[in-house]
Design a protein around this ligand. Structure first.
Ligand SMILES: *[C@@H]1O[C@H](CO)[C@@H](O)[C@H](O)[C@H]1NC(C)=O
Ligand SMILES: *[C@@H]1O[C@H](CO)[C@@H](O)[C@H](O)[C@H]1NC(C)=O
Ligand SMILES: *[C@@H]1O[C@H](CO)[C@@H](O)[C@H](O)[C@H]1NC(C)=O
Ligand SMILES: *[C@@H]1O[C@H](CO)[C@@H](O)[C@H](O)[C@H]1NC(C)=O
Ligand SMILES: *[C@@H]1O[C@H](CO)[C@@H](O)[C@H](O)[C@H]1NC(C)=O
Ligand SMILES: *[C@@H]1O[C@H](CO)[C@@H](O)[C@H](O)[C@H]1NC(C)=O
Ligand SMILES: *[C@@H]1O[C@H](CO)[C@@H](O)[C@H](O)[C@H]1NC(C)=O
Ligand SMILES: *[C@@H]1O[C@H](CO)[C@@H](O)[C@H](O)[C@H]1NC(C)=O
Ligand SMILES: *[C@@H]1O[C@H](CO)[C@@H](O)[C@H](O)[C@H]1NC(C)=O
Ligand SMILES: *[C@@H]1O[C@H](CO)[C@@H](O)[C@H](O)[C@H]1NC(C)=O
Ligand SMILES: *[C@@H]1O[C@H](CO)[C@@H](O)[C@H](O)[C@H]1NC(C)=O
Length: 711
C-alpha cells in the first residue's frame, strides 16, 4: 500500500462506512431507541429493557450496570441471560448442585422459569458421583426424570463417557418451565469413598460439559455454572389464532408465523431471501444473495426475496456455478454455417485436386521435355558445346519455357512467315546474342525440349530481297549500287559459310526470299533449314534432294552429290534476278518466269544482254558493271559444278568490280568493246573455278550436326 494520503483517506472512509453498516445492522435487532446491548449480550426485540422496548412483561431484561461487564437478567429474577437468539432460543446460566458427604444431606435447587420452558432436545441432566442419584421434577411434579451413578473406584470412570459409571446423563422432558433438582446418596452414604467426597448434579446444554474422572476426586464443580437453553415463544396462542388480532400479532412484513412444537405461543421467521428481525416493522430485509452467495457464473439479478442467474449474450448455459455455468459456444452448428463449412471444404478439395493435376501435368511436361531433349541429341550437343568452350562459338541451348515466354506462347501475332521448313515466329530474348558473320542471320541457339527442335535466329527488320525486288505492291526500288552491295555481302556470307566457319556449311537454299535486309539494306543470309554442316571427310554428301526448284543446282539434282558449288549455282540465279529485276524461277505452276537461267545464258551468247537488263538500274554509267556481273553469273551457272568459281572468288570479283568505277559513256558502248571486255574478263576467270574453298580450321572435328528439318 502506498502512503498516498488521498488513498489512505479514501480507504479510511470506506472502512468507516463498512463499520457503520455493521453497527446499524446489529442495532437494528432492537427496537429503535431501545437499549441494544447489556454487556456482551445483544438484546433483540421482542426482548427489551422496559417500556415499549419489550413486547411484554415476560421479555423484560434487567441489566445490572453495577458490574463490569454489565449482566443481563431475565425479568426481575436472578436468572442470568447469556445469549438471546431470534430463532426462539435463550441461554441462561444454571448452577450445579452438590452434596459432599461431610454435610450428609441431600440437596435441591429450584428454578422458576415462569414462561420459558427448558429446551428438551438441547439440554441434559447430568449427575456425577460414585453413589449418587439425581432427579428433576417439573411443573409441580407433572414431570420427573432422573439417573443413578455408581463406581467402586474413580479410576473405573471413563473420560468423556457419561453412562452410569461415575457419571450419568438423562434427557429433559418437554415443556418443563420450572424444575426442582434433587441430589442424594443412594445407599444413605454407607459406601462413601474417600477419593470421591462430593456428588454433583446440573441441567446443562448438551456438549458443554465433558466428563473427566478427575471431577470425581475434588470440589471443583461446586461453583461451576452451566449454560441452559430455554425456548421462548410469543404469547400463548398458535399462529392462526394470533393472526386474528393483527394489532397484537408480532410478525411483521416479509415474515411468516411458525407454531411452536414444544409449547404454546408462536415464533416469527423472515421469509426466504430476507434477513433481519421479523418482530420489527421493516425488520426483514431482502438479502442480496448476489453479493453474499455469488451463485452465478454469469450475470446475477437480486430480486425481492430471491435472485436469478443468466448468461451474457453469446454464451450458453444456465448461469449457475453449481449448474452448467456460462460457456462460449465452441461449434456453431447452425445450418447456414454447416452449409458454408461444407461448401468451403468442397471448394478446398476441388482446389487441391486441381493443384495435384496441375503438378502432375507439369511433371509430365518436364518429363516430355527431357525426353525430347535426349531424343534431339541434347546431351550430345551440350557435351560438344562444353568441349568447344572458349572457341568463341557459343550456341545457347534454350529451354522450352524461355521460347514460350519470348514468343508469347507462340502467339499468332508473332508469326513472321510459314514455309516448307515450319513456322517462323518473332521473339524477344532477354540476353545478348552471338555474332558469327555480319551477313549471316545469326543462330542464337536452339531448343531441343520440343517434339520438333526449334532454332533461334536473330531478327532482321527490313524483309527479304524478294519482297523488295519482285513484290508488285512494294514500291521500294533498289538502285544498282545497293544491288551490287547486296550481291557482294551475300557472296561473302556464303564464302564464309563454305570456308571461314569452323565447320563448313552448305546452305543449299540460296534464293531471294532467304536474303534478308536490315534497315541499312545490309544483306543477311538466312534460312538454314536445309543446311548441312559437313566435316572434312564428308565433303560430298549424298542425300535427298532439297532446296527450291529453279535455284537448284542441276548437277545436284541429277547426281545427288552435294558440294559448295550447289550454292554457287543458286547464287548465279540470284545474280540474274538482281540484274534483270525479273523472276528467274517460277514459284507457282501457273506462273511464267520472265528469265530462266538457260534463257539468260543463251541470250548472253546471242549478245542480247542489254534487252533483259533491268531498265530501272541500267544507265550508261554502269553498263560495264552489269555486263561483268552477268559474265560472273554465267560462270556460276555452269552445268559442271567444278567449273564454277568458288564463293570466295565470286565475292572477290564482285568486290573488285565495286572498287573499279570506270567513266563509261553509254555512247561509247560498242559491241566490239563489249565483246572485248567480256573476253578479257571471261578468260581471266574462266578456269579459276576450282579452288580450295574448303579451308577448315577444325580438321579434327568428326562430329556432324544433322539439323535437317529443323526450325
Ligand atoms: C416491559 O416490561 C416491564 C417490566 O415488567 C413492564 O412494566 C412493561 O409494561 C413491559 N412492556 C410491555 C409493552 O408490556
Ligand atoms: C447487581 O449485581 C450486584 C453484584 O452482584 C448486586 O450487589 C446488585 O444488587 C445487583 N443489582 C440489581 C439491581 O440486581
Ligand atoms: C448467541 O447465540 C448465537 C446463536 O446461537 C451465537 O451466534 C452467538 O455467538 C451467541 N452470543 C454469545 C454472546 O454467546
Ligand atoms: C419445588 O419443591 C418445592 C418444595 O418441595 C415446591 O414447593 C415447588 O413447587 C417445587 N417447584 C416445582 C417447579 O416443582
Ligand atoms: C481423564 O482426564 C484427566 C484430566 O482431564 C486425567 O488426569 C486422567 O488421567 C484421565 N483419565 C483417564 C483414564 O484417561
Ligand atoms: C472430552 O474429553 C475427552 C478426553 O478428555 C476428549 O477426548 C473429548 O474429545 C472431549 N469431548 C468434547 C466434546 O470436548
Ligand atoms: C440414614 O442413616 C441415618 C443414620 O446413619 C439414619 O438416621 C437415617 O434414618 C437413615 N435414613 C434412611 C432413609 O435410611
Ligand atoms: C390453534 O388453536 C386453536 C384453539 O386452541 C385450535 O382450535 C386450532 O386447531 C389450532 N390451530 C392449529 C393449526 O394448531
Ligand atoms: C464461469 O465458469 C467458467 C468455467 O467453469 C470459468 O472459467 C469462469 O471463470 C467462471 N466465471 C465466473 C465469473 O465465475
Ligand atoms: C432474472 O431477473 C431479471 C430481473 O427481473 C429478469 O429480467 C430475467 O429475465 C430473469 N432471468 C431468469 C432466467 O429468470
Ligand atoms: C444451485 O444452487 C441454488 C442455490 O443454492 C439452487 O437453488 C439451485 O437449484 C442449484 N442448482 C443446481 C443445478 O443444483
Amino acid at each position: 500500500m502506498s502512503c498516498n494520503p488521498v488513498a489512505m483517506m479514501v480507504l479510511m472512509l470506506i472502512l468507516a462506512i463498512m463499520m457503520a453498516a455493521t453497527v446499524k445492522k446489529a442495532a437494528a435487532q432492537a427496537k429503535p431507541g431501545c437499549q441494544s446491548h447489556c454487556g456482551d449480550v445483544i438484546i433483540p426485540y421482542p426482548f427489551g429493557t422496559g417500556g415499549d422496548c419489550n413486547i411484554s412483561e415476560d421479555f423484560f431484561i434487567t441489566c445490572n450496570t453495577s458490574v463490569i461487564p454489565n449482566q443481563a437478567f431475565l425479568t426481575t429474577g436472578n436468572i442470568q441471560v447469556m445469549n438471546i437468539s431470534l430463532d426462539g432460543h435463550l441461554k441462561i446460566l444454571g448452577s450445579a448442585i452438590y452434596d459432599c458427604y461431610v454435610s450428609g444431606t441431600s440437596s435441591t435447587f429450584q428454578v422458576d422459569l415462569l414462561k420459558f420452558p427448558i429446551d428438551s432436545i438441547r439440554n441434559k441432566l447430568t449427575a456425577i458421583g460414585c453413589d449418587t442419584y439425581a432427579f428433576v421434577r417439573g411443573n409441580n411434579d407433572e414431570y420427573a426424570t432422573g439417573c443413578l451413578s455408581f463406581c467402586s473406584s474413580i479410576t473405573d470412570a471413563i473420560n468423556g463417557s457419561c453412562s452410569g459409571i461415575g457419571c450419568c446423563q438423562t434427557a429433559i422432558p418437554k415443556g418443563v418451565r420450572g424444575y426442582n433438582i434433587t441430589l442424594g446418596s443412594y445407599t444413605n452414604y454407607s459406601r462413601v469413598l474417600l477419593d470421591n467426597p462430593c456428588s454433583y448434579a446440573f441441567v446443562a446444554e448438551d456438549g458443554v460439559y465433558n466428563f473427566s474422572n478427575s471431577d470425581l476426586g475434588g470440589y471443583d464443580l461446586q461453583d461451576k455454572e452451566f449454560a441452559v437453553v430455554l425456548d421462548w415463544t410469543i404469547g400463548y396462542t398458535n399462529c392462526s389464532e394470533a393472526k386474528e388480532d393483527m394489532n397484537s400479532f408480532a410478525c411483521k412484513e416479509n415474515s411468516i408465523c411458525v407454531d411452536s412444537e414444544d409449547t404454546y405461543g408462536y415464533l416469527c421467521n423472515c421469509l426466504d431471501g430476507y434477513q433481519g428481525n421479523p418482530y420489527l416493522s421493516n425488520g426483514c430485509q431482502d438479502i442480496n444473495e448476489c453479493e453474499t452467495l455469488q451463485p452465478c457464473n454469469g450475470t446475477c439479478y437480486n430480486l425481492a426475496g430471491s435472485y436469478n442467474c443468466s448468461c451474457p449474450e453469446g454464451f450458453e448455459g444456465d448461469g449457475w456455478k453449481n449448474g452448467t455455468g456460462c460457456t462460449r459456444p465452441i461449434h456453431d452448428t447452425s445450418p447456414l454455417n454447416v452449409a458454408l463449412g461444407i461448401g468451403f471444404g468442397f471448394v478446398a478439395i476441388l482446389l487441391g485436386i486441381a493443384l495435384l493435376l496441375l503438378m502432375l501435368r507439369q511433371r509430365q511436361i518436364v518429363k516430355l521435355r527431357q525426353k525430347y531433349f535426349l531424343q534431339n541429341g541434347g546431351n550430345l550437343l551440350q557435351h560438344h558445346l562444353s568441349q568447344r568452350e572458349g572457341c568463341g562459338e557459343k550456341i545457347k541451348v534454350f529451354a522450352a519455357e524461355e521460347l514460350e515466354k519470348a514468343t508469347n506462347s507462340y502467339h499468332d501475332s508473332r508469326i513472321l512467315g510459314q514455309g516448307g521448313q515450319g513456322t517462323v515466329y518473332k521473339g524477344t530474348l532477354p540476353d545478348g546474342r552471338l555474332i558469327n558473320h555480319r551477313n549471316v542471320v545469326n543462330l542464337l541457339g536452339c531448343c531441343l525440349e520440343t517434339p520438333v527442335p526449334l532454332l533461334v535466329y536473330e531478327y532482321v527488320t527490313n524483309g527479304t530481297l524478294f519482297d523488295h525486288l519482285h513484290n508488285v505492291a512494294d514500291e521500294s526500288f533498289i538502285p544498282w549500287e545497293a544491288r551490287l552491295r547486296i550481291a557482294i555481302e551475300t557472296a561473302e556470307a556464303l564464302s564464309y559459310l563454305h570456308s571461314s566457319a569452323s565447320i563448313p556449311i552448305i546452305h543449299r537454299d540460296i534464293k531471294l526470299a532467304n536474303i534478308l535486309l536490315d534497315d541499312n539494306f545490309t544483306a543477311k543470309v538466312s534460312d538454314f533449314g536445309a543446311s548441312r554442316l559437313i566435316t572434312s571427310d564428308q565433303a560430298q554428301i549424298t542425300t535427298m534432294v532439297q532446296g527450291t526448284f529453279g535455284y537448284l543446282d542441276p548437277e545436284y539434282m541429277h547426281t545427288g552429290q552435294l558440294t559448295e558449288k550447289s550454292d554457287v549455282y543458286s547464287f548465279g540465279v540470284v545474280l540474274i534476278e538482281l540484274l534483270t529485276g525479273q523472276k528467274a524461277v517460277c514459284f507457282k505452276r501457273s506462273e511464267e518466269p520472265k528469265v530462266l537461267p538457260v534463257q539468260f545464258v543463251s541470250l548472253m551468247k546471242e549478245d542480247r544482254l542489254l534487252e533483259i537488263l533491268d531498265p530501272k538500274v541500267l544507265n550508261y554509267g554502269n553498263v560495264r558493271h552489269l555486263k561483268e556481273v552477268a559474265l560472273l553469273a554465267r560462270r556460276c551457272l555452269r552445268m559442271k559444278g567444278e567449273e564454277r568459281p568458288s564463293m570466295k572468288e565470286v565475292a572477290h570479283e564482285l568486290a573488285g568490280l565495286q572498287a573499279i568505277s570506270l567513266p563509261w559513256d553509254k555512247s561509247n558502248l560498242q559491241e566490239e568493246e563489249t565483246e572485248y571486255m567480256l573476253g578479257v574478263f571471261g578468260n581471266s576467270y574462266s578456269d579459276g573455278a576450282t579452288g580450295s574453298s574448303l579451308g577448315y580450321d577444325s580438321i579434327n572435328n568428326r562430329v556432324a550436326f544433322e539439323l535437317e528439318g529443323a526450325r
